[in-house]
Design a protein around this ligand. Structure first.
Ligand SMILES: Nc1nc2c(ncn2[C@@H]2O[C@H](COP(=O)(O)OP(=O)(O)OP(=O)(O)O)[C@@H](O)[C@H]2O)c(=O)[nH]1
Ligand SMILES: [Mg+2]
Length: 445
């Protein structure tokens, strides 16, 4: 795939990359790194793979590096993207063999580059910065020890300088952590406030490109953004969809169109396999809206081969396992791309990792009604309550409050009282009861 990146960044016209990968055995698969390169705005102009044990100095064999240099020259590439965990020395050594000015990028710096381009909220920017600093820290340490070892005069000063760089990085990391924590606390308060208003919080999770944002738009009702956007920056009408990895980085929340329940749906950043722990940790709080939801919809692309679906389901479950508190419903998306009969086979093959999935096409809308029903079924049960209220202004505002926060089954008016039969979340029922008990009896006229 050599997709040019319209709309990603303006200065990407001149970005051409050779993608390369080393594996210990078997043959290297460049599909994902090529997609990531495209997502970052590179034209992939060459490919190179090698099956061999790791070379300590160059990652690849020396001959392979020479081949890489020729390929870079021929294709006029501006960068080499390596789908391995390339050490700082290896990066330096490979760079030294390449034409002047050609960048050496590994899988993680590439992902960081994508995140950096997409980060459009303070939180996302802080997370990218944090990940960059955590990537830099061991490299600064390596440089400092190199400088110390080096006996050439004049390098002593550099050694001391680099230790101060290290201290500086650590200080910045701790400042960013503090700010992220305070953002997380605000978000938690906002979730609680939304719950108090009677909303159930449903989060979309899953591997990048599974179709979360497309499904979100299917399920969502239009909301008045002008009114809400400023107060809640995550209430956004546009959760972009593109056939690209990591289209969505920040979280977007919209109200879902449901029969009974008031649901707020949050779209989140996609998962991806094989991320180093420091990168996952830097983005941990992005997933708070998943971990702290009332229900999680785990979306998988059902048009992919079973083996890939299984791997992605396992990765997703691993990511959720530690911290997730909510029930999970698996959604098989893109069923419009499946030949008849294939869906049943995939369901059977994956029943161990995806029991009872809902099959949908976010694109055509097939199965979406069933998904809505399933969401309402799986959300924590509502309580039934009957309140008898006087006919006063205060009681009338309680009646409309109950309408806003629950589902009124029956509302019967008699001469001097109204009977309200309704269902709502337990916390809402409790509040309605306490409001009702505080009402003065109706004044007789
Ligand atoms: N055929 C088909 N394509 C779909 C369907 N749902 C989504 N897509 C396509 O799949 C691609 C990815 O969709 P997105 O909604 O951006 O996926 P995402 O999970 O939000 O991806 P990230 O934001 O990168 O994590 C887009 O090209 C969509 O048009 C579907 O039901 N059928
Ligand atoms: Mg998305």
């Amino acid at each position: 795939m050599t997709r040019s990146a319209e709309g990603v960044a303006t200065d990407t016209a001149e970005r051409r990359a050779v993608v390369a990968k080393r594996v210990e055995s078997g043959s290297a698969d460049l599909t994902e790194i090529t997609q990531l390169a495209a997502a970052a705005g590179y034209d992939v102009v060459g490919e190179l793979t090698q099956t061999r044990t790791e070379d300590a100095a160059f990652m690849f064999g020396k001959g392979k590096v020479a081949e890489l240099r020729d390929l870079v020259r021929r294709s006029d590439a501006t960068a080499v993207i390596i789908d391995n965990d390339v050490g700082p020395y290896q990066t330096f050594n490979i760079g030294g063999e390449l034409p002047e000015g050609v960048e050496v990028i590994d899988r993680f710096t590439l992902i960081l580059e994508i995140f950096g381009q997409r980060a459009n909220t303070r939180k996302a920017q802080l997370q990218v910065e944090l990940a960059e600093l955590r990537y830099e820290l061991p490299r600064a340490e390596a440089k400092a020890s190199l400088a110390k070892r080096d006996e050439r005069p004049g390098f002593m000063g550099l050694g001391e300088y680099d230790e101060s760089v290290e201290r500086d990085i650590k200080r910045q990391i701790s400042e960013i952590r503090d700010e992220l924590e305070s953002i997380a606390a605000k978000e938690e308060a906002r979730r609680e406030q939304r719950r108090d208003s009677g909303f159930d919080l449903v989060a979309l999770a899953g591997y990048t490109n599974a179709g979360k944002s497309t499904l979100m738009r299917r399920l969502a009702a239009e909301i008045d953004v002008d009114e809400n956007a400023e107060r809640h920056p995550d209430l956004d009408t546009t959760a972009e969809s593109q056939d690209m990895l990591f289209t969505t980085l920040g979280t977007t929340t919209r109200r879902a169109e449901m029969e009974k329940r008031d649901v707020l749906l949050t779209d989140t950043v996609g998962f991806i396999a094989d991320l180093p722990h420091w990168l996952v940790e830097s983005f941990e709080s992005t997933l708070d809206s998943v971990y702290r939801a009332d229900l999680v919809l785990l979306v998988v692309d059902a048009s992919e081969p079973v083996a890939e679906m299984r791997e992605k389901l396992v990765t997703s479950h691993d990511t959720l396992y530690e911290r997730n508190e909510a029930p999970i419903v698996t959604v098989f998306n893109k069923v419009d791309r499946l030949a008849p009969g294939v869906l049943a086979d995939k369901r059977a093959a994956l029943s161990g990792v995806a029991p009872n999935p809902v099959a949908v096409s976010a694109k055509t809308g097939a199965g979406v009604a069933e998904l809505r029903d399933r969401v309402e079924d799986e959300l924590p049960d509502w309580e039934r309550e009957r309140l008898v209220l006087p006919l006063s202004d205060d009681a009338m505002s309680l009646v409309s409050w109950v309408h806003d926060h629950g589902h009124v089954e029956e509302e019967t008016y008699a001469d001097d009282q109204v009977t309200l039969d309704f269902e709502a979340k337990p916390s809402i029922v409790a509040r309605a009861r306490s409001k009702a008990s505080g009402l003065a009896p109706a004044e007789s006229t």
